[in-house]
Write a protein that binds this ligand. Structure first.
Ligand code: GLU
Length: 316
């Protein structure tokens, strides 16, 4: 069944989908930092990474952009790889229904609600091994590069701008410190988080990263086992329930795939055993998801039958 789906994905007419959805002009480009505000609203790339490591793409699939929140599931995976029990003890896995940067912790425990909102992502980034911020940044970058199958880099300008404007993130970090949970200093914690958000990818890379999760933690291009299946199961579960900001419930019903979006316009989705999907298109809907990104995934899910709760049942 899975191979049937992968074969259908390999034949799918991405060009026709791109031509159709490029006409969709809704949404607003994020302007939280100047580098994001300058993004071209017409840039639009789609990529699929398949089980044999082949990547099919159309449009601006080689344009670079910062991962922003699309980095969160991968940082979560790397933190679980390094400190599995501590991550589960110290970070929740409940959707919030609040905005990604809500200044909000779990009422009874003081833990961040989940790793897909900023509180949880700041926290999990700092549960990646490393003696200081520089070491953690480096370890995250090496880990993300393994997911991508190519050497990634940080856009230092974006990382600095994020830290400068990051008052809400600072508030969250102080709040977590005051609860006695966040261990490193606030500046160190925010430096690691901002650098992760500022990692540059393109749509094809994003698809390969999604595929690495889709194929049990094994990068289909390089063959490297980046994280264990146990980690992948946790990450995909949390992406499915919390990955698309406070549009996550509607997303799961309509698209039915674990996914994560970021305010630069990137969106990554994983179709277990079938493909990784990457989309890039900067204009965002009111909850912060790429308008064309959502449309692409709705279409791929419907046309190929990818919804996890609407797959053809295998009679054997
Ligand atoms: N760097 C962004 C922030 O923490 C991430 C925003 C996002 O993509 O949701 O504000």
């Amino acid at each position: 069944m899975t191979n049937t789906l992968a074969r259908a994905a390999a034949r799918y007419d991405l060009g026709a989908l791109h031509r159709e959805l490029v006409e969709e002009h809704g949404g607003e480009v994020d302007d939280s930092v100047p580098q994001l505000a300058e993004a071209d609203p017409n840039a639009f790339g789609i990529a699929l990474a398949l089980p044999d490591g082949d990547v099919r793409s159309v449009g601006n699939a080689r344009d670079e952009f910062s991962m922003q929140s699309a980095v969160k599931p991968f940082v979560y995976a790397l933190a679980l790889r390094d400190n599995y029990d501590a991550v589960h003890e110290e970070v929740g896995t409940e959707p919030t229904g609040e905005s990604f940067d809500a200044v909000l912790l779990e009422e009874d425990t003081g833990r961040p609600p989940n790793p897909m909102v900023n509180a949880g992502a700041i926290y999990t980034a700092n549960l990646v091994e490393g003696s200081d911020a520089r070491a953690k940044r480096e370890r995250i970058l090496v880990g993300l590069s393994a997911f991508a199958g190519r050497e990634l880099r940080v856009d230092e300008g974006v990382a600095e701008a994020e830290q400068e404007k990051g008052d809400r993130n600072r508030a969250l970090a102080y709040l977590m410190r005051s609860m006695g949970t966040l261990d490193p200093g606030v500046d160190e914690a925010l430096e690691v988080y901002a650098a992760a958000c500022a990692v540059l990818v393109d749509t094809e890379v994003l698809a390969v990263m999604g595929a690495t999760l889709a194929f049990g933690g094994r990068n289909p291009r390089t063959g490297e086992q980046v994280v264990s299946r146990r980690v992948v199961t946790d990450v995909l579960s949390v992406m499915a329930t919390c990955g698309m900001y406070d549009g996550s419930g509607r997303w799961l019903r309509r698209v039915g795939l674990p996914a994560k979006s970021g305010v630069a316009g990137g969106l990554v989705a994983s179709v277990q055993g079938v493909a990784g999907i990457g989309v890039y298109s900067p204009p965002l809907d009111p909850v912060g998801n790429s308008v064309r990104g959502v449309r692409v995934c709705e279409r791929l899910s419907a046309d190929l039958g990818l919804h996890v709760f609407d797959r053809e049942l295998d009679p054997s």
